[in-house]
Design a protein around this ligand. Structure first.
Ligand code: UDP
Length: 239
């Protein structure tokens, strides 16, 4: 197998990635497959941070739409991310991968608090660090948390896992049959053409800090490993 082209990566997994065929919650088989993929890359010596979302359980915005205070809904969303983090941690540890969950909201009985230098140390010691509870702030997204942690950890690339779409297209491929796949694009052009890679706050962070993003489909079990080998999987957004 080729030498890994990255030493340290940050993987963003949306909550939906854990849902598999379900309409809600977590599918143990799907979580197991994700853990297998992470383990494969970890076994190659790559340092891995993971940021999770919680769309499979709770979204602050939807709660706000139903009349709940947005900040309250967002805090609930961040707590839901902690549930996902523990689920993934369990699956990874069952496979013998050492992990630490660091939470942006202090919840010391179940996870370490987020401490940047400590997280860096875990990564150096080849522990997979799962960053839970987003940024710890309402009105932000887990995409922003992913960009933030990737920049803080000096990750070489942000790997944005998507479900059922294999990269960026000129239009939504599920709605527009003429949508064309884009293999590589600059962040500037993606912005100009209004191609939604992630929310604007997250995108701005990546651009300001020259963090490249690779958008790929999580459904193909070989993708993360191939990206680590330097294969051109999905769309590369260069900054
Ligand atoms: N959230 C937040 N601040 C953050 C990250 C997340 O308030 O820094 C909340 C927000 O309510 C969001 C929920 O957590 O809806 C779950 O995150 P997200 O919707 O980004 O998850 P994904 O779409 O990736 O599954």
């Amino acid at each position: 197998m080729a030498e890994p082209v990255f030493n340290r990566v940050l993987i963003k997994l949306s909550g939906e990635a854990l849902m598999g065929p379900l309409d809600y919650g977590t599918d143990p088989g799907t979580v197991g497959r994700i853990a297998d993929q992470v383990k494969e890359v970890h076994d190659r010596g790559v340092e891995i941070g993971i940021v999770l979302g919680a769309g499979n359980i709770f979204r602050g915005l939807s709660a706000a739409a139903d009349g709940m205070d947005r900040a309250t809904g967002d805090y609930m969303g961040m707590l839901a991310i902690v549930l996902n983090a523990l689920t993934l941690q369990d699956a990874l540890e069952k496979r013998g991968v050492h992990t630490r969950v660091q939470s942006a909201i202090t919840i010391s009985e179940v996870a370490e608090p987020y401490i940047r230098r400590r997280a860096m140390r875990h990564l150096e010691k080849k522990r997979v660090v799962i960053f839970a509870a987003g940024t710890g702030n309402p009105f932000f997204s887990s995409d922003t948390a992913a960009a933030l942690r990737a920049v803080e950890m000096h990750a070489e690339i942000l790997l944005m896992a998507k479900n059922g779409v294999d990269g960026i297209y000129t239009a939504d491929p599920r709605k527009d049959p003429d949508a064309e796949f884009i293999a590589e694009i600059t962040a500037k052009e993606a912005l100009q053409r209004d191609l939604r890679v992630m929310d604007q706050t997250a995108f701005a962070l990546c651009m300001e800090n020259k963090l490249n993003i690779r958008v790929f489909d999580m459904a193909d079990d070989s993708n993360i490993n191939r990206i680590i080998s330097g294969d051109r999987v999905g769309t590369l957004v260069t900054t």
